[in-house]
Design a protein around this ligand. Sequence first.
Ligand code: SF4
Length: 349
Amino acid sequence: MDDGDNGEESRKLDDFFAQFAYQKGGDPPQPSDRSLGRRPLKKARTDRSGGSGSPAKPKAEKLTVQMEEEEEEEEASAPKMPKAADKGSSVLSERDRLREKNFSIDVDSLEPLDDSAAPDNWKEIVSKLQEYRYENAATVDDFHAFLVGLQSDGVSTPHFTALVACILSVQCRDEVALRAMQTLKDRSPGGDVNVDFIYEAPLDDIEDCVRQCNFYKTKAKHIKECGRLIKERYRSQVPSDANSLKELPGVGPKIAYLVQSVSFGQQDSGIVVDTHAHRVANRLKWCNTKHAEQTRKALEGWVPVDLRIPLPLLLIGLGQNICVTRSPKCGECPISSLCPSAGKISSPS
Ligand code: SF4
């Protein structure tokens, strides 16, 4: 960084108090003036402190699953997105093309993996959700389109770029994570947020790029360590199996299955269950679970393979737009006539 020692120390104190205040319920931390401006990242001394060849286990690792479980407050305030007719940018066009593909499945032709584990009216509910989501976008659609679009965007390591975006998205609104990705892209050579770029970038500069995300210091540290491990252990290729992905810093089950299913396109990957999918599935009484991982396992007992990628998008979108944490808008809900919780929730559940 260009700042002298005193300036750097002062900025770190500013960052610390902003982050601390935010975690205590205050306003989200804002970039300090000294961190603004687009400049290329300088090269870092490669941190080989964990360089025995085995993945270092960062102290903050346990925070990953915790953050995945607790993201509802941040996501619940996500604004409703324009309808499908709004195709003002290539991202929106890609988003709508994917929505048309994902939300026009012939549900009647599908069979559950285990009939005895499937809810009685799941086909009717999924059909109505498809109709609703076909017409109504949600912020999750933009993030999904971003991940899919990386495969044809000319980036050199698209699965790694997807992994970085997914780490940033934990307990963070999709649009904020995408803005942070744009900042990283602006500062990377050729706009390519690849393994070498992260491997060589100083941690401080990665923090500067992603500071609009909450937990940005932890996330920057995880991203940096992922870059090192993937370059040194996996020859710059992100592993495609969920168990290897989950060994990476900052990667819990949700991110592992998101990268595996959307970036690698493995349709039989684990189902992506975030706090929205977890909440909606429980309100529908499709399961009675405390944690997203339990919900994932319950859904995987019956959800047909063809629905493993679309179903989370349906549930998450409904959770972002209508079935919000506090006071869900049951009067506007397309499945209220089928939902056992309709009109019965007025406080956080
Ligand atoms: S009816 Fe209400 S509780 Fe049920 S899914 Fe819709 S918004 Fe959620």
